[in-house]
Ligand binder design. Sequence first.
Ligand code: ADP
Length: 267
Amino acid sequence: MDQPFLVPAGSRVSLADYDPDYTGSYVDKAAAKAELKRSSEKLQDLQEVMWAEGKHSLLIVLQAMDAGGKDGTIKHVMRGVNPQGCQVTSFKVPTREELDHDFLWRIHKAVPRRGYIGIFNRSHYEDVLVVRVENLAPEQVWQQRYEQINHFEKLLADTGTTILKFYLHISKEEQKDRFEARLRDPHKNWKFSMEDVEKRELWDSYMRAFEDALSRCSAPWAPWYVIPANHKWYRNLVISQIIVDTLTSLDMRYPPPLPNADQIAIP
Ligand code: ADP
């Protein structure tokens, strides 16, 4: 991959520098889809070893503006993966009980156990995104959270959780097209909400909040990636390949065979 999707630790992200239309060397979706199929097969194999070995877990964090493609990413990138070893958690507006705890309480409970891939559809980053932009907590509260998030993610990484965080980067025009498609298509109507349109009016504030989260919370043990996401097929391919490369680097192994397996007779 020739576009630096990875946000280097300590760097300052300006989202204007990232082209949401970027598709690398791919000119259309046919070749990318064939490549995605190959990558998916590798992912299926890697997940099976991960499950069998039971040592590592993988946490995938997905964040985006509304209509950014979080749901589609889960559907397409995880296709074919054994559902038994996979768990998706969608974080909504916190409940009363959740609000009566620290902001990481509900998050920590959803972290995947060893052998599992966990996907966060929204995450603890909402607590420095929507909370910040919509003034749901005083600045003094959300300002502390970047550091708290970094400590939390370090704890997870130190105890066997590999973390990958993807910001799906779409343009404001692309969001408009996707909202309009939701309004026109009866099968997509259910996805439309006026609240999403209200958030769109705060687009620039959200971009600033994303830039701060990406800049302040990308660490070698919990990297952020800015994924060009106007083209769904390219988005899926890039994410799948990053997951495959990361799992491959864990060098996971099936547990050793029983020493006397060839002598066991099944009656
Ligand atoms: P989605 O848009 O992810 O498909 P919903 O339409 O149910 O799902 O939206 C979930 C909503 O919950 C979003 O508006 C999101 O900003 C909000 N949310 C998630 N986490 C928090 C949080 N910690 N504080 C406030 N709102 C949150």
